[in-house]
Design a protein around this ligand. Structure first.
Ligand code: 13P
Length: 248
């Protein structure tokens, strides 16, 4: 499977940054086997039409589970699909934490994406307390299986999972490659218990930068990365993409 680099800008960025990042990473995907996806704030997604001639792929950071209605501030999968957005983050820990997203909402959002042919990047991850209590594998497996148990198994290969330990997000303290490997392996195992022979792609996210990405990618079950802060600097992000591309 080709490695995947996803940039999550969160509520950051500008039109200028978009231009700069596209300039840096355009052509990389063409020249290598890596897929580069930019998860932009909804406000910038309509600008991506200008980059139709690039190999860069686009993601929403959130989606509602309904197609339309009186839900001020929300974005539907129909709208994302209309803009040619092929991917969407679902269940990011910041949304679980600050917007009270539950496992059931994550499932409904995943289904909404799949119905429109948008590939969901389902984010899972334990918090520090759960890790210290030895519950990390239990937590992430539950978060994943809630989704896999309730979607048609034929659609399961469209899902990508991002393992993002909450304690590693924005802290500068990434999971060690061994910890990432252990969790990714457990997630793939849990996935196969639900959907036989599923080749689940699992990304690692949480303080990924140009200095640690290579070691993380050297682990057999790390299939790509989800990059937050370090994706907001065009040249640095390019260096991350290059290293991911070179890892196969
Ligand atoms: P940082 O890379 O800034 O730690 O953020 C990770 C993340 O949440 C990506 O979705």
């Amino acid at each position: 499977m080709d490695p995947l680099v996803v940039a999550n800008w969160k509520m950051n960025g500008s039109e200028q940054l978009l231009q700069a990042v596209v300039q840096q990473v355009d052509g990389l995907a063409e020249a290598t086997s890596a897929t580069v996806v930019l998860a932009l704030p909804a406000a910038y997604l309509s600008l991506t039409k200008a980059f139709d001639n690039t190999q860069i792929e686009w993601a929403g950071q959130n989606v509602h589970w309904l197609t339309s209605g009186a839900y001020t501030g929300e974005v539907s999968a129909t709208m994302l699909a209309e803009l040619g957005v092929g991917w969407c983050l679902v269940g990011h820990s910041e949304r679980r934490q600050h917007c009270a997203e539950t496992d059931d909402m994550v499932l409904a959002k995943t289904k909404a994406c799949l119905e429109l042919g948008i590939r969901p990047i389902v984010c899972v991850g334990e918090n520090l307390q759960e890790r210290q209590a030895g519950k990390a594998l239990e937590v992430v497996s539950r978060q994943l299986l809630v989704v896999l148990k309730d979607i048609p198994s034929a659609l399961a290969p469209l899902i990508v999972v991002a393992y993002e330990p909450v304690w590693a997000i924005g802290t500068g303290e990434e999971a060690s490659p061994e910890v990432a490997q252990e969790v990714h392996e457990a997630l793939k195992h849990a996935a196969r218990s639900e959907v036989k022979a599923l080749e689940l792609r699992v990304l690692y996210g949480g303080s990924v930068n140009e200095d640690n990405v290579k070691t993380l990618m050297s682990m057999p079950d790390v299939d790509g990365v989800l990059v937050g802060g370090a994706s907001l600097e065009a040249l640095g992000f390019r260096r991350i993409c290059e290293q991911v591309a070179g890892s196969v």
